[in-house]
Design a protein. Structure first.
Length: 158
């Protein structure tokens, strides 16, 4: 019986490979890729502004996770990865994509929406997590949904 060797990567090495894959898949988008190792595991956070949808980026990120988690059983299990015939154990338990909208993009979208439906321009809030609109305002919430959807359509990856 032949034993197959598994290459184990650190979280930092995994982050480097993920950064390359993101650059190939979404060449016009700037990503921030940060890894963290801690007792009991490691994780990678991917941040982007505007760009492709979080869902699209997360699909790519999931390929670099080293474990699955079953919340019902509170059980973490290793994932099998084979790349170019080589078994690999990535160094991050979880990889999470976080997407924000820029003030410029949200302002552009809100202005277009206001012109279309004939409403006043809402206040655009600039926060550390990205641009936002006031909460509990149905018109602003509808604009925000449109802005998220249209930004994903404009910047789809290959």
């Amino acid at each position: 019986m032949t034993e197959t060797h598994t290459t184990s990567l650190t979280c930092a090495q995994t982050a480097k490979l993920l950064r390359q894959a993101l650059k190939e898949a979404f060449p016009t988008t700037k990503f921030s890729v940060r890894s963290a190792s801690y007792v009991g595991g490691a994780s990678i956070d991917v941040h982007l502004t505007d760009g492709p949808s979080s869902k699209g980026v997360q699909v790519l990120c999931n390929r670099f996770e080293s474990t699955d988690f079953d919340g019902v059983q509170d059980l973490k299990t290793p994932k099998e990865h084979v790349v170019k015939g080589q078994r690999i154990h990535y160094g991050a338990d979880g990889v999470c994509a976080h997407r924000a909208l820029s003030v410029a993009f949200l302002t552009k979208r809100a202005r277009a929406c206001c012109m279309q439906v004939g409403c006043d321009m809402p206040i655009i809030l600039e926060q550390s997590t990205g641009a936002s609109l006031p909460q509990h305002d149905p018109t602003a919430e509808a604009m925000l949904r449109r802005a998220w959807a249209s930004s994903a359509l404009e910047t789809r990856g290959p």
